[in-house]
Design a protein around this ligand. Structure first.
Ligand code: A3P
Length: 282
């Protein structure tokens, strides 16, 4: 695959104050006017919060779950084109903050599953992902990356605003707000919540199969789920695998005590006044 330079370590450009790739920012009008359908299901997440896991529960791959705002380098198709071609009922993936979700999703009252994960594990995962994924901006050093994350100078913007923004909308719309840490603690319980939200019933046997098939170990070795089918010019798994650790608490292997304390202090200020709480280990 010959990648046009604009996709590699791409330039960023803001959309309403949120850093996006320049490629996305340039076609923003098309994304904003995306036409949702009432039976669309949206999987919304901040990057690295367990998007792929949630997708796998619904049955994955980039073709089956178009990533609405993402521009793939040709000949791969963009999220918008894949979504438009897809027969209903569609499942669509997005990392957009709540205020940037195309308004037709609200108008059509679509169901949305939002998956959230604690900030420190997201930061670690996003850092390694940015190192191995050539279509993401360079993360810089670990120290630099902590600062970029805290100040929201990463693609899709501030984690703090993202998780709070979706949390504040969850009771006004059909949003199921889930946590990565809960999924890890009791996947069966959380998958039951998803099935109930989707008004689907399955036998205990099928439920057990879903739990097995969507476990980290099975997904890590499933080429349809672990992104190893993408060319290494896009993702280089020798730098860091996409299916990296898959646990809450790996941040402890990355943050020094001083970094963790500074992070927590800033975190308390940014999250003050919100009823949203996270577990950083289970
Ligand atoms: P780590 O880098 O911490 O291992 P996303 O899909 O939103 O990009 O998130 C990727 C993160 O989810 C990675 O985290 C990945 O390992 C983890 N993940 C993917 N599938 C998982 C599963 N079945 N169970 C637990 N974690 C999973």
């Amino acid at each position: 695959l010959q990648l046009d330079e604009k996709y590699l370590r791409p330039e960023t450009k803001e959309v309403n104050g949120i850093p996006m790739t320049k490629v996305i920012s340039d076609i923003w009008d098309q994304i904003w006017s995306f036409q949702a359908k009432p039976d669309d299901l949206v999987i919304a997440t901040y990057p690295k919060a367990g998007t792929t896991w949630t997708q796998e529960i619904r049955n994955i791959t980039y073709k089956q779950h178009p990533f609405i705002e993402w521009e793939m380098p040709p000949p791969l198709k963009s999220g918008l084109d894949l979504a438009k071609e897809m027969p209903s009922p569609r499942t669509l993936k997005t990392h957009l903050p709540v205020q940037l979700l195309p308004p037709s999703f609200w108008k059509e009252n679509c169901k949305i599953i939002y998956m959230a994960r604690n900030a420190k594990d997201v930061l670690v995962s996003y850092y390694h992902f940015s190192r191995m994924t050539k279509t993401m901006p360079e993360p810089g050093t670990w120290e630099e990356y902590i600062e970029s994350f805290k100040t929201g100078k990463v693609l899709w913007g501030s984690w703090y605003d993202h998780v709070k923004g979706w949390w504040d909308q969850k009771d006004q719309h059909r949003i199921l707000y889930l946590f990565y840490e809960d999924m890890k603690e009791d996947p069966k319980r959380e998958i039951r919540k998803i099935l109930k939200f989707l008004e689907k019933e399955v036998t205990e046997e099928v439920l057990d199969k879903i739990v097995y098939h969507t476990s980290f170990q099975v997904m890590k070795h499933n080429p349809m789920a672990n992104y190893t089918t993408l060319p290494s010019s896009i993702m280089d798994h020798s730098i860091s695998p996409f299916m990296r650790k898959g646990i809450p608490g790996d941040w402890k292997n990355h943050f020094t005590v001083a970094q963790s304390e500074a992070f927590d202090k800033d975190y308390r200020e940014k999250m003050a006044g919100s009823t949203l709480t996270f577990r950083t280990e289970i």
